[in-house]
Ligand binder design. Structure first.
Ligand SMILES: Nc1ncnc2c1ncn2[C@@H]1O[C@H](COP(=O)(O)OP(=O)(O)OP(=O)(O)O)[C@@H](O)[C@H]1O
Ligand SMILES: [Mg+2]
Length: 492
């Protein structure tokens, strides 16, 4: 397709000139840069649709430029141009995300094919992304992740439930196990997907309001009923009504709900006529409803009615195989949201995540990943940025060496170093990671950078305080901040 903007980054004027002429002849528009930095500036300024990048440039290497481009413009296809194709260069570049290679001297027929393939590929990709977003939007992002046998089985069951005609479903599970998510999955996988999914939390609303909310009211039904109002049963007609925390529903409303489910019709508050509704009710509870039945707080007949199709989502600690796939999923999601490029987690992080019991289930795991992604500056999530409750017991505690006393608001504690990290030991025995070294050794400068970052984080960006923490002058701190690329603005 014509018109796409192609950037040529090459220091040889003749090459730039001849390629440009060809590109324009093929109907593309072309822009040029003669150096790596120039190329990067053009990428920022002009956002080209494709980049032709020479491997050897006078200032930066093509691979460096490629890495830089991929950090910020992941989707832009890059084709490398190489004079003498070194296998290592090719491998590195492909790993970094270059889409293809062309050799010098350039064969223009080959170039034309390579170009149009690359552009097709990226067009397809963006169409696919758009499509995927569209599906996600419609489905409310209900992707349920789970590789454990229990979750695989559960999701197969959920799919069957979705396709069936059953009018009631009961989802039980601890807080954060994914009850909302599964309810949406059922709705959006069902024939009702085009109709509304309406959710209401039964614990949040007082009984009288709740009744009007669910069943609606006629004008004048009570003092505030200035006009007639449809209830959620009517609003969700043809779709799904999700009653969260059903255990909190008053016994009076439990009876009304049961009647509505059995008769498939409702009556507005203050109304006299029955209104037919076609609703699937999905109820959820993080408490044991059977216990409620035994204690008399939950109607047995309603419980039986709801639990014709019972779904129990096991706590995360009973399906630890799901932890890593979930982490991967959340990393991908937050990479997209925060425009980051985190590739994964370190082996130590993996161990900590697999050892923790996750009382808050998937929600807690998701929050932990989100927090770590915000703080992490390298490509892998290391234990330093995990919540304290997760890192509580340090892995290398046994081999740790005490190196000093740390003072903190939580009282004095020893500083210990393990093989690759430094921990603060609180009087309670809890260990908090304070510093970690990357796996392949590190330079003193890297340590400085980490320390400056930590001090700034601890002082919440207050430079005087951070300088005090590091025992250097504020000017020295500002110099280092500049050097390590921290934002220096915002004088305090
Ligand atoms: N299997 C899963 N795959 C992907 N995300 C999940 C999964 N399970 C839970 N989540 C995510 O974890 C968070 C908590 O899930 P959800 O709100 O569905 O839990 P819940 O069981 O309804 O909790 P509560 O009882 O507190 O209402 C949500 O952000 C949800 O998207
Ligand atoms: Mg919920």
């Amino acid at each position: 397709m014509a018109g796409e903007k192609i950037l040529i980054v090459d220091d040889e004027k003749l090459i730039r000139w001849s390629v440009r002429r060809q590109l324009e002849e093929w109907g593309y528009s072309a822009i040029e840069a003669e150096s790596g930095t120039g190329g990067l500036a053009q990428v920022r300024a002009d956002s080209p649709d494709l980049i032709l990048l020479d491997v050897r440039l006078p200032d930066l290497s093509g691979v460096e430029v490629l890495r830089e481009i991929k950090e910020n413009n992941l989707a832009t296809p890059v084709i490398m141009i190489t004079g003498d194709p070194q296998l290592d260069d090719i491998k590195t570049a492909i790993k970094l995300g270059a889409i293809d290679f062309v050799k010098k001297p350039l064969d223009f027929d080959e170039l034309q094919i390579t170009l149009s393939n690359a552009l097709d590929h990226s067009r397809l990709r963006s169409e696919r992304d758009i499509l995927r977003d569209e599906v996600r939007k419609r489905s409310g992002y209900h992707e349920v992740i789970g590789k454990s046998p229990r979750m695989v089985e559960l999701m197969n069951f959920v799919r069957k439930v979705a396709e069936s005609e059953t009018s009631t479903v009961l989802i039980q599970g601890e807080s954060g196990t994914g009850k909302d998510l599964v309810a949406k999955a059922i709705h959006y996988d069902s024939a009702r997907a085009e109709k509304p999914f309406v959710a209401i939390n039964c614990s949040a609303i007082p009984e009288t309001l709740m009744e009007a909310e669910l069943f609606g009211h006629e004008r004048g039904a009570f003092t505030d009923a200035k006009a007639q109002k449809k209830g959620l049963f009517e609003v969700a007609d043809g779709g799904t009504l999700f009653l969260d925390e059903i255990g909190e529903l008053s016994t009076y409303l439990q009876a009304k709900l049961l009647r509505a489910l059995e008769e498939q019709n409702i009556r507005r508050v203050g109304g006299v006529k029955d209104i037919a509704v076609d609703i699937r009710v999905i109820a959820a509870s993080n408490r044991n409803l059977e216990q409620g039945v035994r204690q008399g707080t939950f109607r047995q007949d309603l419980f039986y009615r709801l639990s014709i199709i019972p779904i129990f989502i096991p706590p995360l600690r009973d399906r630890m195989e799901d932890v890593l796939p979930l982490v991967e999923f959340f990393i991908e999601r937050y990479n997209f949201r925060f425009r980051k490029n985190v590739k994964g987690i370190t082996p130590e992080t993996r161990e900590l995540l697999m050892e923790y019991q996750w009382p808050g289930n998937v929600r807690e795991l998701k929050n932990a990943v989100e927090r770590a992604m915000i703080l992490e500056e390298s490509e892998c999530i290391c234990p330093t940025y995990l919540p304290i409750q997760v890192t509580g017991q340090a892995q290398d505690f046994d081999s740790a060496v005490r190196v000093g006393i740390a003072e903190s608001e939580e009282g004095d504690g020893s500083l210990m170093t393990g093989a690759s990290s430094m921990w603060r030991v609180l009087p309670s025995g809890k260990m908090i990671p304070v510093l970690r070294l990357p796996n392949q050794g590190t330079s003193l400068e890297e340590v400085e950078r980490v320390l400056v970052g930590l001090a700034l984080r601890q002082s919440e960006g207050n430079q005087s305080q951070a300088a005090k923490l590091l025992d250097i002058s504020r000017d020295a701190l500002r110099y280092k901040m500049r050097k390590f690329g921290f934002e220096v603005e915002g004088e305090d």
